[in-house]
Design a protein around this ligand. Structure first.
Ligand SMILES: [Zn+2]
Length: 262
């Protein structure tokens, strides 16, 4: 092989190696961070607008709010939900009427109208589809994630996960799991349900994902009250403070954004 051809091929190979290394590096990171944390808040509570959004905004972080269409604070404070969406927070689909399977143990509280075990399959998928229409009417956006109500993923023993998978880049589950990049089932993203945890306990979860370099999704309901699944405002503030102090390593963003890095 003549000298020039050899140089040409060696340069090609080097070039290929370098670009491969770059791709691996980009693929291996969460928007150039070691780990990712998603803060999700369910059921459109007043405390989300009153307590959570001001704390997140002050820290320069955005969260995902899973809002059921029938939640009173959604109807009564629609302009505020629209405003937080314009400000970078995600309004996620959490159905219209928040149906849960009332036939399961411990679900005595589910009302007849909202009992998923009395739904037909298409009744639920239509409700989820119209949930996207409602939310688009509020925030104007086409892309958002979904959260299973009560973590229920089937109607009449048939899973509806596949039926809705074209409508969402990701869906949040209620099973605890620190997600590993490249191994994520995007329609069943694990989460950590925050309930009565102290700030230290919430931070310990972030420490874990910071060491392992994965994705952790927090699932909050009440923050400083308004729901029986609750954490104190103080614990939530401690978590936000910790995340802010480690923003170089940990990327905090809505699930719809983080899903691009799965
Ligand atoms: Zn819910």
């Amino acid at each position: 092989m003549n000298k020039f051809l050899t140089i040409f091929f060696v340069s090609l190979m080097l070039g290929a190696t370098i670009s491969y290394a770059q791709t691996e590096q980009t693929k291996g990171s969460w928007n150039n961070h070691k780990a990712a944390v998603v803060l999700t808040y369910d059921d459109a509570l007043n405390v989300h607008l009153d307590n959570v959004v001001p704390a997140l905004d002050a820290a320069g972080m955005k969260g995902t709010f899973y809002v059921p269409g029938n939640a009173l604070p959604l109807v009564e404070r629609m302009d505020e939900w629209r405003e937080i969406a314009q400000n970078g927070h995600e309004l996620g689909n959490h159905t219209l009427f928040h149906p849960c399977d009332g036939s399961l143990p411990g679900r005595e509280w589910v009302s007849a109208d909202q009992d998923l075990s009395a739904y037909s399959f298409s009744q639920l998928t239509e409700e989820i589809r119209v949930g996207n229409v409602l939310l688009k009417g509020i925030d104007g956006k086409d892309l958002r994630t979904f959260a299973y109500t009560c973590g229920d993923k089937s109607v009449q023993d048939s899973s509806f996960v596949q039926a809705i998978s074209d409508w969402f880049p990701a869906a949040r589950d209620v099973v605890y799991r620190i997600e590993k990049k490249g191994e994520i089932n995007r329609m069943e993203v694990g989460s950590f349900v925050a309930m009565n945890h102290t700030g230290e306990e919430l931070i310990a979860q972030v420490e874990k994902v910071r060491e392992e370099g994965g994705l952790l999704v927090f699932l909050f309901h009440g923050v400083g009250g308004e729901h029986n699944i609750n954490v104190s405002l103080e614990a939530h503030n401690q978590l936000v403070e910790y995340l802010q102090a480690h923003e170089d390593e940990i990327w905090v963003a809505p699930l719809v954004e983080v899903a691009e890095f799965f």
